[in-house]
Design a protein around this ligand. Structure first.
Ligand code: ADP
Ligand code: MG
Ligand code: ZN
Length: 615
């Protein structure tokens, strides 16, 4: 390619120059003058070029003077010179003509070269596609990657927690390794296992662990890999995948993100997606078509089991569902331990405490947390990750970046401090409230300040008393503003939204209001692939709806009144917290207890204990 370009370039530069070598380049006017004087002996005309010889050397004013002064070169003007031939004849000049020389092969090259270039590009593309194993003619080939056992093999010990799911999969691996043991007792290998759980809980990781431990061929593919611009490709890829797996049985096929092809057929809005449905149909029939003696196990993962086609879930297909749930506190500690393996931690870091402070975090979120902490520590040129880094990383993940240059007036800062102080005080003194972790008035993300509470353990059951205390804490910000400044700010927007949502749930879902009693009125949630809200259908009357609103309002008002009353009672403590916040922006839960005269034991206070003493 470079050679061709080089030649072209050379021809360009050299072509016109080559003429000059045959003689001195003179102007056309000069040539005409010489001709008039009868000084021209002979000329060779080819194309526009005229090369000729003078009779006597003239002192030509020429560029690129030639050795032989009698030879010259000039060019016929492109507008033509009709007189030229006549004049030449009149002067008895010997005229030779030649076909346009030189230019012709250049011309050819210029014309052919683009085509050569295109052909060459085409070949390049073809060969590249072939090397990636996707010839244009093999669109329908399965795109599954066969798992190659390598140095970084994932094994079950890399997966922390999710004991139930792990046990289930370990059993399957056992089955594939020594099927006789199970078959002796008439047991059959399950055909399909569906891993179900929220994103980031380690479903893909578990599948990789199965691949690493099973010692059988493992074909892994993502649901969307079946999709292509061309119709019918998906279905033929499914067919190809199963054919290959059966040939090399026993083996495992793993389809990640199954929901992208496994959605319920013919439902939802906007009509069906033909290609997707064909692919799903093919998958369904393939899963029926092989019997368990083949020893091909289909595993799949999804975080939306609710939108899967029911036909996928019936016995004989994905008959086993393994739920991979968000990790419990103990599991979080184990996951953190796994991801802390390669990260030097300062002695003040307690993974149990980190686990306690991260309710609702998935495995992936925990991994990300430690990574963010490591980056923060590295930014500070530290050798180890400190407790502070992890705390900052968590705040950053939960609430966004600190907003540094917000210009707030002193008055606004005081209001913020009282707002957060109100939340904090109530969180500290209410018996059922989650223990206070820290309070800040550093704006982060969309929040102007934060009062953080951390549950002592993961909660799955909430009492009414807990809800009421929680509502009072949420109302604490607004109540403090009203109490101290006698006016409200927009800062309570999020508090009010959350409180309203909670109160509504208490009334509608949990039967916790007096007037409606023990009735769930939330209606059924039918998913139409649009997220929950649109799918809600109301199953109660207008009158009930009005009553719900009244009840919600009553609960919220009571919570507010309670917050206001308590803050008024503890006004001295509230002032102390607000002052401390204005001064240092961030204060810990322990500090709040101290300011309220509750802690005193220096270490972590026992909030329940303290609160009881105060009330
Ligand atoms: P999913 O497929 O469920 O969305 P992944 O398996 O892709 O989640 O998890 C993402 C990452 O999070 C994993 O690669 C792993 O590093 C980490 N992770 C998730 N769950 C666990 C766990 N139980 N133990 C260890 N690491 C985990
Ligand atoms: Mg995944
Ligand atoms: Zn607030």
């Amino acid at each position: 390619m470079w050679l061709a370009l080089g030649i072209l370039l050379l021809a360009w530069v050299w072509g016109p120059l080559s003429g000059a070598r045959e003689g001195a380049r003179i102007s056309y006017t000069e040539f005409r003058q010489q001709l008039e004087r009868g000084n021209v002996q002979e000329v060779v005309i080819s194309g526009e070029e005229i090369v000729g010889e003078l009779e006597t050397p003239a002192n030509l004013p020429a560029q690129g003077r030639a050795a032989d002064d009698r030879r010259f070169v000039t060019y016929v003007p492109s507008i033509g010179d009709e007189q030229l031939m006549a004049d030449l004849r009149a002067q008895n000049v010997e005229v030779h003509t030649e076909p346009e020389r030189g230019m012709s092969w250049l011309f050819l090259l210029l014309n052919v070269l683009p085509f050569l270039l295109l052909i060459w590009l085409g070949f390049l593309l073809m060969s590249r596609m072939r090397s990636q194993g996707q010839n244009v003619f093999s669109m329908g080939k399965s795109r599954a990657k066969t798992y190659q056992p390598s140095a970084e093999r994932t094994v079950f010990s890399d997966v922390a927690g999710s004991a139930g799911a792990k046990g289930e999969l370990e059993e399957v691996v056992e089955f594939l390794r020594s099927p006789q043991r199970f078959q002796k007792l008439g047991g059959e290998i399950p055909r399909g296992i569906l891993l179900v759980g929220p994103p980031g809980t380690g479903k893909t990781l578990l599948a990789r662990a199965v691949a690493g431990e099973a010692n059988v061929p493992f074909y892994s593919i993502t649901g969307s890999d079946f999709m292509e611009m061309l119709v019918g490709v998906g279905a033929s890829r499914v067919r190809d995948l199963f054919r290959e797996a059966k040939q090399n049985a026993p083996g495992i096929i793993f389809i990640d993100e199954l929901d992208s092809i496994g959605r319920r057929r013919g439902a939802g809005l906007g009509g069906g997606h033909d290609e997707r449905e064909q692919t799903l149909n093919q998958l369904l029939s393939e899963m029926d078509g092989f019997d368990t003696t083949h020893g091909v196990l289909v595993m799949a993962a999804t975080n939306r089991p609710d939108i899967l086609d029911p036909a996928l879930l019936r016995p004989g297909r994905f008959d086993r569902q393994v739920v991979v749930d968000l990790p419990t506190m103990a599991d979080r500690a184990k996951i953190l331990a796994i991801h802390a393996r390669n990260k030097p931690m300062a002695p003040d870091v307690e993974l149990e405490e980190v686990a306690r402070s991260t309710p609702g975090f998935s495995g992936a979120a925990l991994k990300n947390l430690l990574n963010e902490a490591a980056l923060l520590a590295a930014r500070g040129h530290k050798d180890m990750i400190a407790r502070r880094d992890i705390d900052d990383a968590r705040d950053k993940i939960l609430m966004g970046l600190e907003r540094e240059n917000l210009a707030l007036t002193d008055e606004e800062i005081r209001m913020l401090a009282y707002h957060e102080g109100g939340h904090a005080l109530l969180a500290a003194i209410l018996p059922e409230a989650d223990p206070l972790h820290k309070v800040t008035i550093v704006p982060r993300g969309r929040a102007m300040g934060v009062t953080e509470q951390l549950p002592e353990r993961d909660k799955y059951v909430y009492s009414r008393a807990y809800m009421l205390d929680r509502l009072a804490v949420m109302m604490g910000g607004r109540a403090a503003e009203d109490l101290v400044f006698d006016q409200s700010t927009s800062g309570a927007e999020n508090d009010l939204k959350q409180a309203t949502r909670l109160a509504r749930k208490m009334v509608m879902d949990w039967g916790m209001s007096e007037r409606l009693g023990h009735m769930a009125v939330s209606g059924n949630t039918e998913h139409v692939f649009l997220g929950e809200d649109l799918g809600h259908t109301r199953e109660y009357s207008e009158a009930t709806a009005r009553e719900i609103d009244t009840e919600v309002k009553v609960i919220l008002e009571q919570a507010y009144d309670r917050a206001l009353r308590l803050l008024d009672q503890h006004r001295v403590g509230l002032d102390a917290i607000a002052d401390a916040l204005v001064e240092s922006e961030v204060i810990s839960g322990t500090k709040v207890f101290e300011l309220l005269g509750l802690g005193g034991n220096g270490g972590r206070p026992e909030p329940r204990e303290a609160a009881r003493r105060l009330q």
